[in-house]
Design a protein around this ligand. Sequence first.
Ligand code: SF4
Length: 391
Amino acid sequence: MTDTMTAHPVIKGWCPGALRPMASGDGLVVRVRPRLALLTPEQAAGLADLAQVHGTGILQLTNRANLQVRGVTETQLAGLQEGLVALGLLDPVLDPQAEARLNIIVAPGWSGQDTPALWTALRDALTATDAPRLPGKFGFALDVSGQPCLRDDSADIRIERAGGGIVVRADGSPHGRSATATQAVDLAMRMARWFAASGGIGSDGRGRMRDHLARGAVLPPSLAADTAPDPAGARPAMIGFDFGLIEPAVLHHLVQNAGGNLHLTPWRGVHLPGTPDLATLRADPAFLLDHADPRHRLFACTGAPGCPQAIGPTRDLARTLGLLPPPGKTLHISGCAKGCAHPGPADLTLTWTATGIAVIPDGRAADPAPRIVAPGSLAATLKEWTHATPL
Ligand code: SF4
């Protein structure tokens, strides 16, 4: 619990897993990291059933392209884990530390062999007994399917395209080291080891590559950048969900009309690389198919009462007040200064504090607030951000 607004939420510095869930106000959060961020129809349907039986029934998409089962009790956990193993969504030989290192986001819509081969090599390297010990949030972006589309997403080491080849890039550096597909993962691991050995990890166990480079760390000649990656491309089309939450029945309906596999995106959505029945999906209001839908740009964490650190409600606040971002803008509502739902800056952030709601333009949840308003006067303060204003 925070004692003041931008004061000091509990920063855990790690993400939940299926083997090491995180306690939240609504029970355990069990994070599933599917191979290649891909669910087969059978896996997706099975996961929907598991969430129904072993949790509150709510599945949550994360900005790491994972899915979380929420509201799991201690007594339900073993049954859920067994179900995940049976679906091929949890490797039974992993230990929790190795599972936690599997922070790999994958460009949705990939095809061909490079992405699966690189993912498998990365998985093997990160779960090996000699894998570098990295901070809990340290992650990799596998972005080799056409032009990079993960540039704005959290990762510390990026594997991208450069011309017809591959480049391994430390996040924060505009250029990377060229490599062949067979060299890329070894290069990425050497970069990760250099990060740890050169002081990238603080005394609190946390650290990010971008911050390390910004403090003046310089890659050694054998890892130094020599190539510019390809320019960023467009994100592939996806289906979104209100606040990234999916109910089991909605997931079943999606599976029935997806026409193939589901690629989880780091943008709280699902890309369908098969032949989906879009007319049927479009008729279901649970699916956000329109790229311009403002709900794609509305971010809110669990908030109160689900999160023990929350000072106030978030999603219910948005629903009650009809808060939606105007065209092209992002709106982030955070239950405390930690800013879980949207770690980067938003056009407008509302952060619950002990003294009211901080209204922060162009900033993050923990940034200083030019004004703090009482919850009761928020709607009047934010007229231009409410549903009452034509979008
Ligand atoms: S940002 Fe939201 S979900 Fe994260 S700790 Fe604060 S209240 Fe909880």
